[in-house]
Structures are given as C-alpha cells and as structure tokens.
Write a protein that binds this ligand. Structure first.
Ligand code: ADP
Length: 191
C-alpha cells in the first residue's frame, strides 16, 4: 500500500493536486473537508454540529474526524493506497491515523507539504470565496482564522512525520502543472 498525506495550509492546493494524483496513481482520495461538507449538505446531526466549528474557521473535534476517516478506510479494504487531504490536522489525529493504518498492516509512506507564501494563500482563498459557494472562504477574517488554526494546531504535525523521516516540502507557488510535476518526482522516487 502507498499512503500519502498531502499537507499544507488552507489554499495551498491540496484538493487540486489530490485530484491529479488519484488519476495518475489510482489512490483513493480522503478529504475530511469534502466529507464534512457532504454531511452538512445532507443535514445530518454530524454535519450540523461540524458546521458550527467550520463557520468560525475552527477545527472540528478530533473524535469526529477520526471516526469519519476510520469508516472510510474500512469501506475500502482492497485500496492500493490512500491520499489524505486535510487530515491529520492535529497531533492526536496523526497518532490515531498511524494506529488505524497499523491495524491494516499499513503505514504512511510519505508526507508532501505544499509551501505557499501567506499573501498568496489569502489571495487564492478570497478568489475561491468570490467564485464558489464555500462560506468559509467568503471573508478575510475567516480565512485568517483558519490560517491561525493551521499555525497553532496543524503545523506541529510536521514534526511527527519529520521524526519518522517521511516529511518533504514542495514549492506550491508555481503553476498547477509545475507543482504536480514536483509532487510526482517525490512519489516516483518511492515507488
Ligand atoms: P481548507 O484546506 O481550505 O481549510 P478544508 O476543506 O480542508 O479546507 O477544511 C474546511 C474546514 O473543515 C476546516 O476549516 C475545518 O473546520 C474542517 N476540517 C477539515 N478537516 C479537518 C480535520 N482533519 N480536523 C478538524 N477539522 C477539519
């Protein structure tokens, strides 16, 4: 199994690059943001609860996202591997993910972190807010709140994987195609 984490702040291009990577490598895409937005659109009790956090730019509680990911892994027993997008976002989530994969005799193969300067992140997110229905991209305050959550709670997850020798940074401020090629070079070096 090849299990990849696409890491990086909001607006760094994880969703866009994930789509290309699954097409090329046949991995299953697990995006906690997409899964939560589906729950919201279906108006499930999980979605209603999660929305309160997401509308403030805050992370949804660990146990909620961990349970969601656990069931998606279980639903795909024959997967060649997974690409995790937007997960793990806290150290507790990283430890839980290692444990979930260990139970299937798997592990995280690689963490690729997209590095994009903050003004460019804000520009991209506000552009997405103006052209899509993403409520959490609609205001600069909300975008800044999410970037703060990232620095506070998510950036420390990098150390967890760096200690395991699995963490690589990639420039994410070029074109979509340029970034994709950089990601593929790292992935191919392990396959
Ligand atoms: P972005 O990368 O632009 O922030 P996402 O779609 O990944 O967009 O996430 C949107 C929101 O969903 C986050 O701001 C957060 O509230 C919630 N969320 C997504 N993934 C997680 C996670 N792993 N842990 C906690 N909250 C999450």
């Amino acid at each position: 199994m090849f299990n990849l984490i696409l890491f990086g702040p909001p607006g760094s291009g994880k969703g866009t690059q994930s789509q290309r990577i699954i097409e090329k490598y046949g991995l299953i895409h697990l995006s906690t943001g997409d899964l939560l937005r589906t729950e919201i659109s279906l108006q499930t009790s999980l979605g209603i609860m999660a929305r309160n956090f997401m509308d403030q730019g805050l992370l949804v509680p660990d146990e909620v996202v961990i349970a969601m990911i656990a069931s998606r892994i279980d639903e795909n027993p024959r997967a060649l591997g997974f690409i995790f997008d937007g997960f793990p976002r806290t150290c507790a989530q990283a430890i839980a993910l290692d444990d979930l994969l260990n139970r299937k005799h798997g592990e995280i193969s690689l963490v690729l972190s997209l590095v994009v300067p903050e003004p460019e992140l804000i520009r991209r997110l506000l552009h997405r807010g103006a052209t899509s229905m993403r409520a959490d991209d609609a205001s600069e305050n909300l975008v800044r709140a999410r970037i703060l959550e990232y620095h506070d709670k998510t950036a420390p997850v990098a150390d967890h994987y760096a200690r395991l020798g699995k963490f690589r940074t990639i420039r994410g401020d070029g074109s979509v195609e340029e970034t994709f090629l950089l990601l593929c070079t790292e992935i191919d070096s392990l396959l």
